[in-house]
Design a protein around this ligand. Structure first.
Ligand code: GTB
Length: 220
C-alpha cells in the first residue's frame, strides 16, 4: 500500500515550500518511502471526505492502508518510528531527538507563527505598529536561546534527526522577516537542512505542484 499525503492544490506560498506538507515530504524522502500526493482545494478541505481525515479541515494528512493521521508532529514521528533514518537507535539519544521535535513545535514555532500573523495578516490593523515589536522580541528570545544551544554544532544533538527536520522546517518560516539573519549559526543550520538531498527532493516535489508540473485533479 503506497503512502498518500494531502497538500494544497494551490499553496498560498506559490511553491516556497512553507506549507506543512513539505516537512512530511522531507521525512518520507529521508527514510526512502515512496508516496503519492492528493491535492486538495480550500473548499474540499472543509468537506466531509477530507474532514473525516482531518477534523480541523487542514493539510497535510497521511494515509497508509488502514491508518490515517493528521498533525505534522504526529506524522513525522510515525514515519521516524517506522523507518530508519530519522531517530537514533540509542534509547536516550532517541528520547532527546523526540524532545527536539516537541521543542520545535511547542516552544519555537508558536512565536514564529505569531510573527507571521503580525507581519502578514495584521499589518493593516491600527495597533500593528505597537504589536509587531513585541512579537519580534518574543521570537528573538527563542532564537537567542536556540542559537546558544546550537553554538557551533551542525545539528541539535549529534547526528541529524527528526528533531532537526522539524526545527529547520519551523525556522524556514522566519526567512521573509529577516530575523534569522541576526543569527549566523542558525542561518547556517537552516542552510545545512536545505542542502540535504532529501530536503531538495521534497522541495522540488512541492514546487512542481505550484508550477503545474504535477497534474492537478480534474475537478475539486
Ligand atoms: N498543526 C497543524 C500541523 O502541524 O499539521 C497545522 C496544519 C496547518 O496549519 N495547515 C495549513 C492549512 O491547512 C497549511 S500549512 N491551512 C488551511 C486552513 O486552515 O484552512 C500552514 C501554511 C499556510 C500557508 C503558508 N504560506 O502561504 O506561506 C505557509 C504555511
Amino acid at each position: 500500500m503506497t503512502i498518500t499525503i494531502t497538500a494544497f492544490e494551490r499553496s498560498p506560498d506559490g511553491g516556497r515550500g512553507l506549507a506543512r506538507d513539505t516537512r512530511v515530504r522531507w521525512a518520507l524522502e529521508e527514510t526512502g518511502q515512496p508516496y503519492e500526493v492528493r491535492l486538495v482545494s480550500f473548499q474540499a478541505m472543509k468537506e466531509p471526505a477530507h474532514l473525516a481525515l482531518h477534523p480541523f479541515g487542514q493539510i497535510p494528512t497521511y494515509e497508509d492502508g488502514d491508518l490515517s493521521l493528521f498533525e505534522t508532529g504526529a506524522i513525522v514521528f510515525h514515519i521516524a518510528e517506522r523507518h530508519a533514518g530519522l531517530l537514533p537507535d540509542d534509547a536516550n539519544a532517541r528520547a532527546r531527538a523526540i524532545t527536539w521535535m516537541f521543542a520545535a513545535l511547542n516552544t519555537v514555532e508558536p512565536p514564529i507563527l505569531d510573527l507571521v500573523t503580525a507581519r502578514v495578516f495584521e499589518r493593516d490593523k491600527p495597533w500593528a505598529a505597537q504589536r509587531l515589536p513585541l512579537v519580534e522580541d518574543r521570537t528573538r528570545e527563542r532564537l537567542d536561546q536556540l542559537s546558544r544551544h546550537l553554538n557551533d554544532a551542525d545539528w541539535l544533538d549529534g547526528a541529524f534527526s527528526a528533531g532537526d527536520l522539524m526545527m529547520v522546517s519551523v525556522l524556514l518560516r522566519l526567512r521573509a522577516s529577516g530575523l534569522l539573519d541576526g543569527y549566523p549559526n542558525l542561518s547556517a543550520y537552516v542552510a545545512r537542512g536545505e542542502a540535504r538531498p532529501a530536503y531538495k527532493r521534497a522541495f522540488e516535489a512541492q514546487l512542481a505542484v505550484a508550477t503545474g508540473q504535477q497534474p492537478r485533479p480534474a475537478a475539486s
